[in-house]
Design a protein around this ligand. Structure first.
Ligand SMILES: NC(=O)c1ccc[n+]([C@@H]2O[C@H](COP(=O)([O-])OP(=O)(O)OC[C@H]3O[C@@H](n4cnc5c(N)ncnc54)[C@H](O)[C@@H]3O)[C@@H](O)[C@H]2O)c1
Length: 274
């Protein structure tokens, strides 16, 4: 799909690392101008440099996705800079692990804020901009929310994360219904990655009894997760790469998926197939 997104403008959150970075790079490779945001300014600028080195166009702005005024500011900024917004990728996320009896209310609320409320805020503020007429006559747009296989099925030791990703799945479908009813041409779909080799696995709390509950075969007490070992549990026998998800994001962003809305794109090496 070379040049499938030429002229389009994409806003990607959490694009300093992992799946967000790979998605930003893949969108830019198809010709989209990418507005990269993250709390990690160094990583975000690195993503922009990678896009520019490949001949693409991108810009970085610092953003904490839980702050509503910043969403309003940045959507205005995109419109000032480019005059249009075609694609929103709500990707920023964290993983909170812990047995349900041990998760604190603070951890729960933070998990929900960063993984779910961020999507609500992003959609709320981006939609009016995405509904604006474009100079090239293009109508509509694509909202892509990164959920997880943890939004499709439960996982011991991951109740807060599963609840957050399940919420993203149904937020997506409700927004898809609203946009369809409004006949605005804007589609909204969720992506459900399986085990993908990104830094998120090193950021999970795996202390104490938790790691056994979380990973089954992991070493109790280990404080890092071997993503290759977890990925080996997928039917295909290995973890996916961030680019595998970036390819799905490009598909959902492009007109190739024009008849898809409210759908779940599962990219998991067969994790949920059995
Ligand atoms: N890696 C996997 O196996 C996997 C599987 C399923 C779903 N996911 C989801 O994919 C998305 C990306 O995860 P990843 O694996 O690339 O992780 P990652 O840790 O590599 O990247 C996440 C990015 O989000 C940013 N971020 C975190 N909190 C933020 C905040 N408040 N505001 C703005 N940015 C913030 C981080 O700085 C980081 O750059 C997440 O939503 C995650 O839940 C990942």
């Amino acid at each position: 799909m070379m040049g499938a997104l030429t002229g389009r403008v994409a806003f990607v959150t959490g694009a300093a690392s992992g799946i967000g970075r790979a998605s930003a790079i893949a969108l830019a490779a198809e010709g989209a101008t990418v507005f990269v945001t993250d709390i990690d300014a160094e990583g975000g600028r690195e993503t922009v440099a990678m896009i520019e080195a490949a001949g693409g166009t991108a810009t970085f702005r610092a953003q904490d996705v839980v702050e509503e005024p910043r969403w309003a500011e940045l959507v205005t900024r995109v419109m000032d800079l480019y005059g249009r917004l075609d694609i929103l990728v709500n990707n920023a996320g964290i993983g909170t692990s812990g047995l349900i009896t041990e998760v604190t209310l603070e951890q729960w609320n933070r998990q929900m804020d960063i993984n779910v409320t961020s999507c609500f805020l992003g959609i709320k503020h981006a939609l009016p901009a995405m509904r604006q007429p474009r100079p090239d006559g293009h109508v509509g747009g694509s909202i892509i929310n990164i959920s997880s296989v943890a939004g499709l099925g439960g996982s011991a030791g991951m109740s807060a994360y599963c609840a957050s990703k399940g919420a993203v799945r149904l937020l997506t479908k409700a927004v898809a219904m609203e946009c369809a009813a409004a006949r605005d041409g804007i589609r909204c779909n969720s992506v459900h990655p399986g085990i993908i080799d990104t830094p998120i696995w090193q950021k999970l709390d795996t202390s104490g009894a938790l790691s056994a509950a979380l990973l089954g075969s992991s070493q109790p007490g280990a404080n890092t997760i071997d993503v290759d070992a977890v990925g080996a549990g997928a039917p295909v026998g290995y973890a996916g790469r961030p680019e595998d998800i970036g390819a799905g994001v490009v598909f959902l962003a492009s007109d190739a998926s024009r008849y898809m809305t409210g759908s779940e794109l599962v990219i998991d090496g067969g994790w949920t197939a059995h």
